[in-house]
Design a binder for this molecule. Sequence first.
Ligand SMILES: [Zn+2]
Length: 93
Amino acid sequence: MKFCPNCGSKLDFEVKICPVCKFEQPEWAEKEEKVSKLWWFVPFFLGVLGGFAAWSINKERNEKLANRLLIFGIVWSIIWGIVYFFLKILLPP
Ligand SMILES: [Zn+2]
């Protein structure tokens, strides 16, 4: 989602000309909205669940980053799953 710099209407990213005011959209208006870097801590601490939460909250604002947060949550959980698995094997109770 982006906003028309002329009239402030909500527009899809693909829209080149604002349907409300016919303003031609400049390049910079196509960039995704900034999402706080702090969102990376959510999947970092909560794994897949945090990844899904960060994804569902941010997907409207910045789909690419939301997808990356989700993938990070999944991959991070798999890494910890593998580490836990090997610790279980290597360290007998
Ligand atoms: Zn407009």
